[in-house]
Every structure is written in structure tokens, then in C-alpha cells.
Write a protein that binds this ligand. Structure first.
Ligand SMILES: *Cc1c(COP(=O)(O)O)cnc(C)c1O
Length: 395
């Protein structure tokens, strides 16, 4: 086996060397607790402040509006649960979509079952885009929050965030977005887009795992999430993850500076992959919006192929990918996102997600397509469904 080709950057990314380098001294030499008073601890406190500034810069936010968490899932939980608690005297209705990450969907289900919330799960169109007229129609006097993800983690579709922000503002409703996949990949300005809360996570943009943040616009009266010490302006207690914050700050700055060049390069490789796969392999469909999609996302469905089998065979060639089918999620149902864009179960089961990084080359892409052609042909040759289909075609 040759080198590994890692095409699962939506699951997690390689921590960039300069990120690791920036973090190391905060394990070894500058290990002080930012809350302590002596000069030594001040270095840790300064590092946390710098990380906060670096991240606020990327969003056009103020550093006091960034609250560090232990990752994207925590930020999503916080945004929904604490907004609900703080605003439930005003109303109990939250609007979200059917294609959110489970950190949002399962939190909504909890609020619905245990806390008396009413949740509207908006449909999306065949490209995975929220329908703005249906969003407007779903709003009631009880609506306190709209939560729509910035970019989908499976099919890469980007949502009309600015339009959603405008609708929320017109109706005096808070707007939260799960931007875990979008932060550092597409330009985001919270003021221009009318975003009140935004979740992100370090490990999706070449930062460390276990660190994320929730942006909370000044004036939003959301409850504290962790009670204890006075960290994060008393809203999220616990000694700060100083190395994580330092690493996330460097990763965010790095992602912002390299965004234009990096994503332009990724788009070329992405479109090359899409064009070769859809033209050279029969009975295949691209999932997600053809244009309004993350620069590094390819998601395709092959008829008469099982996604899991495809992943195992790709793995045997050192190719790391992901599918929208059964076993990965521990359930027999295919991905809720693929079902929401209208794919029948059997086609959703044959899905493949390839998510690129700045290191993915055209040669990598060609190697993957060459292998994929053989794998799909091979799996189809073993499929009784495919055999029947071909027989019918030839009649
Ligand atoms: C990865 C991801 C999360 C969860 O982030 P963690 O830091 O892994 O908890 C939430 N939402 C989306 C869209 C994601 O891609």
C-alpha cells in the first residue's frame, strides 16, 4: 500500500504544525492558571485573550462576544438549551431544519420531549437549501429562536444565511447558526449576516480537538451553561483550555489568511473529482447544491452499491472517506440529510462523501477516481439488483 489519501476532512482535520508549535509551551512552560494573580499566570491569561481576539477578528465580532467551549457539540447544546430557558416566558417555539447535525437535532428532541418546547423542522429542497417562504410561514408569536446551519457537513450545501438573518431580525427573533463546517472555509461577518449566535469547533479547521466556541452577540440574554467559577464572563465556568484556545486562535487566523488561495485550489480539485466521477461512472448522482457548496465537499450516490462496502475497498487502497449509509451511525437508516433531499433509501445507502484539504492534489483525485471506477464496477458485478436492472435495460 502506498501513501494514505485522507478525504474525510469534514470529520476532522490534521492539526497544522504551526498550531501544535504554538500550543506546546502552554503545556510545558506556561502552565499557569489564567485566573491566578501572579505574573506567571498572566502569561496564560494573555494567551487566552489573544486567542479570543484572533477568533473575533475572523467574524468581525468583539472579543467579549466569544465564549470558549469544549467543542462544536457543546456550543450547539448551549445555544439551544440556554436560549430556550432564558426566553421561554416569551415563547416556546424554535425553528430549525431537517438537515442539522445531531448536536442540534438531538438537543431539539430533548427540549421537545423534556422541556415543553415546540420545534418546527423545516424541509429543504432537492439541493439541500432551506425554503425561505416556508421559514416565514413557520414563524409564530411564540417563536424565540431560528437555528439553521451555515453549511451542511454531509452534502456541503451553503444556506442563504443573510436572508435568514434578515427574516429573524424583521420578526425580532434570535438567529443561531451552526457554522462548524463553514468557519474558516467561507467569509463570515456576523453583523453583515445578522447572526446573533454562532457555533464553531477547532478540529474542523486544522486546530486541536476538544475546543470550540459560541459567539453570543452583546445583549442576547442567554443563560450560563456551566456554573462554577467566573471564567468566560460567568457564562461557562471551568479553568480555560489554554493550549486549546491558543491552538484554535492560530488555526482561525491561519484559515482566514489562507482562505482565498486554499479554497480556490480546493474548488479546482473538487470540480475535477465531480466531473470525472459523474462522467466516467454510470448511474451516479451528485448530492448537494452544484454551486453553493463548501469548496472541499464532494458527495455522490451510486445506484446498486452499498456505501459501507465502498469505504472498505477504498480503505484497502489507503483512501479515507465517509458514506451516508448505515453502520457508521450505528443505525440501519441512511443519513437523515440524504433522505431530506429526497433520495430513496436504496440510493442514499450508496453514498460517498469525499472532503478535501489544501493538501489534496489532482494526482490524488485521479488515483481516487481510477480506484472508484473499479470498485463500483466490482460491487455492481456482485449485485443481483444490478443484474436484473441490466437485463431489463437490454430487453
Ligand atoms: C463536527 C460538527 C459538529 C460537532 O463538533 P465537535 O467539535 O466535534 O463537537 C457540529 N456541527 C457540525 C456541522 C459539525 O460538522
Amino acid at each position: 500500500m502506498g501513501k494514505m489519501i485522507y478525504l474525510d476532512n469534514a470529520a476532522t482535520t490534521k492539526t497544522a504544525p504551526e498550531v501544535v508549535e504554538a500550543m506546546l509551551p502552554y503545556f510545558t512552560e506556561m502552565y499557569g492558571n489564567p485566573s491566578s494573580v501572579y505574573d506567571f499566570a498572566g502569561k496564560s491569561k494573555d494567551a487566552v485573550t489573544k486567542g479570543r481576539e484572533q477568533i473575533a477578528n475572523v467574524l468581525g465580532a468583539q472579543k467579549e462576544e466569544i465564549y470558549f467551549t469544549a467543542g462544536g457539540s457543546e456550543a450547539d447544546n448551549w445555544a439551544l438549551k440556554a436560549t430556550f430557558e432564558a426566553y421561554k416566558s416569551k415563547g416556546n417555539h424554535i425553528i430549525t431544519t431537517k438537515i442539522e447535525h445531531h448536536a442540534i437535532l438531538h438537543t431539539c428532541e430533548y427540549l421537545e420531549k423534556e422541556r415543553g418546547a415546540k420545534i418546527t423542522y423545516l424541509d429543504v429542497d432537492e439541493n439541500g437549501v432551506v425554503k425561505l417562504d416556508e421559514l416565514e410561514k413557520a414563524i409564530t408569536p411564540e417563536t424565540i429562536l431560528i437555528s439553521v446551519m451555515f453549511a451542511n457537513n454531509e452534502i456541503g450545501t451553503l444556506q442563504p444565511i443573510k436572508e435568514i438573518g434578515m427574516i429573524a431580525k424583521e420578526h425580532g427573533i434570535l438567529f443561531h447558526t451552526d457554522a462548524v463546517q463553514a468557519f474558516g472555509q467561507v467569509p463570515i461577518n456576523v453583523d453583515e449576516l445578522g447572526i446573533d449566535m454562532l457555533s464553531s469547533s477547532g478540529h474542523k479547521l486544522n486546530g486541536p480537538k476538544g475546543i470550540g466556541f459560541l459567539y453570543i452577540r452583546k445583549g442576547v440574554k442567554i443563560r450560563s451553561f456551566v456554573h462554577g467559577g467566573a471564567q468566560e464572563r460567568k457564562r461557562r465556568a471551568g479553568t480555560e483550555n489554554v493550549p486549546g484556545i491558543v491552538g484554535f486562535g492560530v488555526a482561525a487566523e491561519r484559515a482566514m489568511h489562507s482562505m482565498a488561495d486554499r479554497t480556490a485550489k480546493e474548488v479546482l480539485v473538487r470540480d475535477h473529482l465531480i466531473s470525472r466521477i459523474t462522467s466516467e461512472i454510470p448511474y451516479v448522482k451528485l448530492n448537494g447544491h452544484p454551486k453553493k457548496r463548501l469548496p472541499n465537499n464532494v458527495n455522490v450516490s451510486f445506484q446498486f452499491v452499498e456505501g459501507e462496502s465502498m469505504l472498505l475497498m477504498l480503505d484497502s487502497f489507503g483512501i479515507c472517506a465517509s458514506s451516508g449509509s448505515a453502520c457508521t451511525s450505528g443505525s440501519l437508516d441512511p443519513s437523515h440529510v440524504l433522505l431530506a433531499i429526497g433520495l430513496p433509501h436504496e440510493i442514499a445507502h450508496g453514498s460517498l462523501r469525499l472532503t478535501l484539504s489544501e493538501e489534496t492534489t489532482m494526482e490524488d483525485a485521479d488515483f481516487v477516481v481510477d480506484k472508484l471506477k473499479d470498485i463500483v464496477a466490482n460491487l455492481r458485478s456482485m449485485s443481483p439488483l444490478y443484474e436484473d436492472f441490466i437485463k431489463k435495460q437490454n430487453k
